[in-house]
Design a binder for this molecule. Structure first.
Ligand SMILES: C[S@@+](CC[C@H](N)C(=O)[O-])C[C@H]1O[C@@H](n2cnc3c(N)ncnc32)[C@H](O)[C@@H]1O
Length: 244
């Protein structure tokens, strides 16, 4: 009887936990725009270590206090170890899901250089960030890259876990792995305006030159036509004269 009671209580606890988990999954799926944004999955294993290592290499070279952010920071798997290692720098995590956000806040208790902010990372400003990390879905890479390319400063480094971002200039790719499966880390910087302008100027010059050559060809062809018709007229005129 006692044993049966324990089994029933155990089954109830498991059932309750399963319901809570399923409800959270449904909340998370809806919160993440029904698949438009990535749900909470913590960075793990080698790729997590490689992400931290890349961020570490940037922070070690810093000559001033740096502002670091993780876009969709989850429970702070990337930010927390860095905030502990670099107390001189400032760390900000943006996360809209209250569950990982609360977990992160609890884990960060006592750390003064880290902030967890509840909010949409697509609606923040990144002008003063020195280092940006993210682990977003492939579909988010394009619009997020566009926002970052417009707003970040030239010295800012962007490190993306697993998925490429659009519109930014790629500095390098790092071979890594997740659960033994090969994956990549992408490192970016702001596309340089000067280079962009130079490219634009070069394509405009090319277009102009093409137009010019088309025009000169046309003129040449027209001139040829005119000469031909003139010579025809002249020869006709000559015949006429002979006939007379
Ligand atoms: C794949 S997890 C990565 C978590 C953490 N960066 C890590 O590496 O462990 C992506 C996180 O981004 C959050 N997220 C997705 N879209 C978001 C958005 N637009 N604004 C804020 N957080 C978002 C999700 O709730 C989720 O916790």
């Amino acid at each position: 009887m006692c044993c049966n009671g324990i089994i029933v209580i155990f089954a109830l606890v498991i059932g309750f936990a399963a319901i809570v988990y399923l409800l959270y999954q449904a909340y998370s799926y809806i919160k993440c725009g029904c698949g438009k944004y990535g749900p909470f999955v913590s960075s793990y294993g080698k790729i997590k270590e490689d992400m931290i290592e890349e961020a570490r290499s940037v922070l070690k070279k810093a000559k001033h206090k740096m502002k670091v952010t993780d876009l969709g920071c989850g429970s702070g798997a990337l930010l927390l170890p860095l905030a502990k290692e670099f107390p001189e720098h400032e760390f900000i995590g943006y996360e809209w899901d209250i569950v990982p956000l609360t977990m992160g806040k609890i884990k960060a208790a006592g750390l003064k250089n880290i902030k967890f902010i509840q909010g949409d990372y697509m609606k923040q400003s990144y002008e003063d960030m020195d280092l940006i990390m993210c682990y977003v879905l492939k579909v988010t890479g394009e619009p997020l890259g566009k926002i970052l390319a417009k707003s970040i400063k030239e010295s800012c480094v962007v490190i993306s876990e697993m998925f490429p971002l659009g519109h930014l200039e790629e500095v390098k790719q790092i071979e890594s792995s997740i659960y033994g499966i090969p994956e990549k880390i992408f490192v970016y910087r702001k596309p340089k305006l000067k280079e962009k302008q130079e490219k634009k100027n070069a394509t405009e010059k090319k277009k102009k030159e093409q137009l010019k050559s088309i025009k000169t060809k046309r003129i040449k062809a027209e001139n040829k036509k005119v000469i031909k018709t003139n010579t025809k007229k002249e020869t006709k005129g000559g015949k006429n004269v002979k006939k007379k």
